[in-house]
Design a protein around this ligand. Sequence first.
Ligand SMILES: Nc1ncnc2c1ncn2[C@@H]1O[C@H](COP(=O)(O)OP(=O)(O)O)[C@@H](O)[C@H]1O
Ligand SMILES: CCCC(=O)OP(=O)(O)O
Length: 355
Amino acid sequence: MAYKILAINPGSTSTKIALYEEDKELFTETLSHDIVELEKYEHVQDQFLMRKKVVESALVTRGFDIHELSAVVGRGGMLPPVKSGAYEVNEAMLDILKNRPALEHASNLGAIIAYEIASRVGVKAYIYDSVRVDELQDIARISGMPVIPRTSTVHTLNSRAMAMKAAASYNKRYQDVNCIVAHLGGGISLSVHAKGQMIDIISDDEGPFSPERAGRVPCKQLIDLCFSGDYDKRTTHKMLRGNGGLKAYLGTHDARVVEKRIAEGDAEAKRVYEAMAYQVAKGIGELATVVDGEVDYIVLTGGIAYSKILTDWIVKRVKFIAPIALLPGENEMESLANGTLRVLRGEESAHVFEG
Ligand SMILES: Nc1ncnc2c1ncn2[C@@H]1O[C@H](COP(=O)(O)OP(=O)(O)O)[C@@H](O)[C@H]1O
Ligand SMILES: CCCC(=O)OP(=O)(O)O
C-alpha cells in the first residue's frame, strides 16, 4: 500500500498544506488568512478551529477523502527542548502547545490540527524537526545570566534539510561535515552543525534583524523602554517580533519592495538593507568560531536567499571562511512529509514526548 501523508505548516498569516503519496507531492497549497480576521484572536491558540476548518475545506474542495491518509504531520511548535526528527503527537504535547507554549507562535497549531484530523480517521499524527530541537553543546547554554539559560529556537526543519542537501551536493555526508546555515526568511536564524548536531545557534532575538523582527538589540535600553510606561507587554513583543527589522525602519517586511526602492535610488532603504546583510555576515563569523574555523561550507537559504544584492553583500564578507551554497526558498513541506515517510517505513523511529 502506498502511504499518503498530509503535511500542515501554519505560518503567521497563512497555513500551508501538502499531500504526498510516498515521496511524490500530489498537491501543495498556501491557504491565506485575512489579517483583520487573525487580529480578532487574542492568542494564536484561539485560531485553532478557524484554521482547522480552512484546512478541511481545502481538502474537500480538492475532493480528497481524509480516510485515505496514512499519517498527518504538523510543523512542531514551541515545546520544551526536544530532539531532532519525529515525535508522535500525544496528550502531553497537546497540553503544552494549547496551554503553556514556550512562545506564542503559529507553528504551535501544527501538531494540534494534525492530531485532530488524524484522530478522525484513526491514524497517527507527528511533528518533525520542531523549532525547539535542542542539540546545543553545554558551553553554549551559558548566557551570562543564570536565570536566563540559552536554549535552542531555530528554523530547524529547513536548516537541517538544506544542510543535508548541501552536503550531498559536495558529495559528503551530513554526519561528517561542519557547516553553518543562515535561514533568511521573515525571521532570520543561524545554526552551526558539527558532525550532524546543531551544537550552537543564533536565534531570531540573538542576532541579525530580519524583515519583521528586531533581532539582538542593546538590552539596557530595552529594559528602560519596557519600564518607561509608554508601551504594554504585547506592544513591546510586537516591536521585537512582527513590527521590528525592515518593517520598523522602512514600513514594509517585503524584501522585494525594499529592493525596488533601492533600485529607484532610496539611500535609506539601501543603508538598512545592507545593515541586515552585515548582521547576517557577523552572525556567520560568530558561529565559525564554534568549530574553530573548520567550516566545510556555509548555506544561505529562505526567501531572501533569492536576492542577489543581499546574498552578494553577505558572500563578500564571509567567503574567507568557507565555500557558500545558495539554496533559496525552503522545503519545509517536503521535509515534513519525507521524515514521516521514513517513520512509516520503519527507517526511523518517532520519539515519545514526555513534557
Ligand atoms: N526573489 C526575492 N528576492 C528578495 N526577497 C525575496 C524574494 N522572494 C521572497 N523574498 C523575501 O523573503 C521573505 C520571506 O521569506 P520566506 O522564507 O518565505 O519566509 P517566511 O516563511 O518566514 O514567511 C520576504 O521578506 C520576501 O520579501
Ligand atoms: C526562529 C524560530 C522559528 C520561527 O520563528 O519561525 P518563523 O520565522 O516561520 O515564524
